[in-house]
Design a protein around this ligand. Structure first.
Ligand code: AHR
Length: 492
C-alpha cells in the first residue's frame, strides 16, 4: 500500500523570477501557419488586412509576450528584402526548407503590423523576435534588416521603411543568429567551428549598428558538443543561448515524462554558459546569459498528419505532456529567459483553423492557464509521491537520465498580488491520488484539464479535453484525478 502523497509549498521561499517571455510563440512560413493561418485574405473571417480575426482573438487569450518569426528552417533561404514594398512587385521564390513556393505577400511590415493588431488593448506590445538567415544570407543583408527595422537616421534602409509607410522604427530587440544551423536538413549545414566564427563576427557588426539589440546564439539541445563549443567561442558576444527540443511517444507514460529530459537540457546548457563565461574571463557582474528555449512542444513528424507531418492532432496525453513541459519551465525559471512554443497556428499548434473558425486543441488549456496565472516567482515545493519507474523516452539523453518520474509532477508560483498557483499533473492514467496539500488559504479556485480517455482529442464538433472549474475550502486532502492537470489558486 502506497503512502498518501504530500505536497508542501514553502510560500516564503521565492526561488527565482519567472520571465514573462516564458510564454512566447512562434510563427514560421511553414505549412498553414502564415498563409491560411494568421494571413488568409480570401477568408470571410479575415479583416481588411487579410488577418484572420478569429486567430487574433484566440491568440489574445494566450497573452503571448513575444513571437519568433519567420523561421525555423524556412529562414535558411529567406531574403527579407523580397517581402517588402508593393505586393505586386514582390517575387515568388522556391522555398527549400519545406519545398514549396514562397509568394512573399506576407513579410516584415505585415508581421510588424499584425503584431500591433494582436497587441491592441494590451499594456505591453507583443515583442517581435526575428531570426537571421545563416544559410544563404549575408552579413550585409542582416545589417540591412536591422537598419530597416530599427534605423532612426537618414540612411538607405531606414528611409526605405519610411517610404513603405512606416515612419517610426520598429525597435526589434530580439535577433537570432541563425536557426538549427547544425542540422543535416539545412541547405548549408555548418560545423561548430565555422558557425562560431561567423556568429561572433556577425554579432560584433550587428551591435555596432544597434547596441540595444539582444543577440541569441544558435545552440542545439543544450546537451551537445555543439552547445559546448559555440558557447566557448561566442559567450562574450551574445546575450542568450537558444536550444530546441521536441518530445513525443505513442505510449502515454514515456510521452508525459519525456519533457523531464528537456529539464536536464536547460540545466546542462546553463552550466555550459557558466563554464564558457569563466573561461572567457567574463566578469560575474555582467548580465546573465539565459537560455532561450525557442522551439519546444510535443511533436512526432512521422505520426502527425498534413503534408509536412506538421498538423499534429493532440490527445489528452499530449496536453499532460505540455503541462509537464510548462511545470518544468517554471521550476527552471532561474535559467530561462525566453521560451517559444512551436508553433502558434496550424503547425504543431494548440490552435487550428478551418474555413469556418478555429479549433482549440487539447494542449490549449494548459498553455492558457500557465500564461495567465503562472507569473511572478517560482516557489520551493517539496513533493512526496510514488513514482512511475519505466522508460521516460529521453531520445538524445540515453543513459544520462535516470529512469522513472513521480506520479505527481508539480510546480508553484506566487505573483505580485500574493496569489499562489500550484500546478499538479497526475500522469497516472488509471489512478486518482488523494494528497495532503498544505494550502494557506480557504478560498481555493480549482482549474482542472482532463478528458474521457488519454487518447481523447478536440475537434470542430466537440471539445473532449477542456477546462473544469470548481472551488475548494482548502480543508482535508485533495484528490488529483487520474490523467489530469490541476491548478489550485489562492490568496495568501
Ligand atoms: O518548428 C518546426 C521546425 O522544427 C522548425 O522549422 C525547425 O527549426 C525545427 O526543426
Amino acid at each position: 500500500e502506497e503512502e498518501t502523497p504530500v505536497i508542501d509549498i514553502d510560500v516564503s521561499r521565492r526561488l527565482s523570477k519567472i520571465d514573462p517571455m516564458t510564454y512566447g510563440g512562434f510563427t514560421e512560413h511553414m505549412g498553414r501557419c502564415i498563409y491560411g493561418g494568421i494571413y488568409d485574405p480570401e477568408s470571410p473571417l479575415a479583416d481588411s488586412n487579410g488577418y484572420r480575426t478569429d486567430v487574433l482573438d484566440a491568440l489574445r487569450e494566450l497573452d503571448i509576450p513575444v513571437i519568433r518569426y519567420p523561421g525555423g528552417n524556412f529562414v535558411a533561404t529567406y531574403h527579407w528584402q523580397d517581402g517588402i514594398g508593393p505586393r505586386e512587385s514582390r517575387p515568388a521564390r522556391p522555398e527549400l526548407a519545406w519545398l514549396g513556393i514562397e509568394p512573399n505577400s506576407f513579410g516584415t511590415d505585415e508581421f510588424m503590423h499584425w503584431l500591433s493588431v494582436l497587441s491592441e488593448g494590451k499594456e505591453k506590445r507583443v515583442e517581435p523576435y526575428l531570426c537571421l538567415n545563416f544559410g544563404t544570407g549575408t552579413l550585409d543583408e542582416a545589417l540591412a534588416w536591422v537598419e530597416y527595422c530599427n534605423g532612426t537616421k537618414n540612411t538607405y534602409w531606414a528611409n526605405k521603411r519610411r517610404e513603405n509607410g512606416h515612419p517610426e522604427p520598429y525597435n526589434v530587440k530580439y535577433w537570432a543568429l541563425g536557426n538549427e544551423v547544425w542540422g543535416p536538413w539545412q541547405v548549408e549545414q555548418m560545423t561548430k567551428e565555422d558557425y562560431a566564427k561567423k556568429a561572433a563576427q556577425w554579432a560584433k557588426a550587428l551591435r555596432l549598428l544597434d547596441p540595444n539589440i539582444v543577440l541569441i546564439l544558435c545552440g542545439e539541445t543544450g546537451v551537445s558538443s555543439w552547445d559546448h563549443w559555440v558557447l566557448k567561442e561566442c559567450v562574450q558576444w551574445v546575450d542568450m543561448h537558444s536550444i530546441h527540443v521536441y518530445t513525443c511517444s505513442n505510449e502515454h507514460l514515456p510521452n508525459v515524462t519525456a519533457p523531464l529530459s528537456a529539464e536536464r537540457s536547460i540545466q546542462c546548457a546553463a552550466a555550459l554558459v557558466d563554464i564558457a563565461r569563466i573561461e572567457a574571463g567574463v566578469p560575474p557582474s555582467k548580465p546573465p546569459i539565459k537560455i532561450c528555449f525557442d522551439e519546444w512542444n510535443v511533436w512526432d513528424p512521422v505520426r502527425a498528419p498534413g503534408e509536412l507531418g506538421a498538423e499534429e492532432k493532440y490527445t489528452l496525453s499530449d496536453a499532460l505532456a505540455v503541462a509537464v513541459w510548462l511545470n518544468m519551465f517554471v521550476r527552471q525559471s532561474r535559467f530561462v529567459g525566453m521560451a517559444n512554443m512551436a508553433q502558434s497556428v496550424n503547425v504543431i499548434s494548440p490552435l487550428m483553423t478551418t474555413k469556418d473558425g478555429v479549433v482549440k486543441q487539447t494542449i490549449w488549456e494548459p498553455l492558457r492557464l500557465f500564461s495567465k496565472y503562472m507569473r511572478g516567482w517560482t516557489l520551493g515545493v517539496h513533493v512526496r509521491s510514488g513514482s512511475y519507474t519505466g522508460p521516460t523516452a529521453p531520445i538524445w539523453l540515453q543513459g544520462m537520465l535516470e529512469e522513472g518520474a513521480p506520479w505527481l509532477d508539480v510546480s508553484a508560483s506566487v505573483n505580485e498580488e500574493g496569489v499562489i498557483s500550484l500546478v499538479v499533473v497526475n500522469i497516472h492514467d488509471t489512478k486518482d491520488f488523494e494528497t495532503k496539500v498544505t494550502v494557506s488559504g480557504k478560498d481555493v479556485q480549482v482549474y482542472r484539464v482532463t478528458g474521457p480517455t488519454i487518447q481523447s482529442v478536440n475537434t470542430a464538433e466537440k471539445t473532449e479535453v477542456g477546462l473544469q472549474e470548481e472551488t475548494w475550502d482548502g480543508q482535508g486532502n485533495f484528490v488529483f484525478r487520474k490523467a489530469s492537470m490541476t491548478m489550485l489558486r489562492w490568496k495568501q
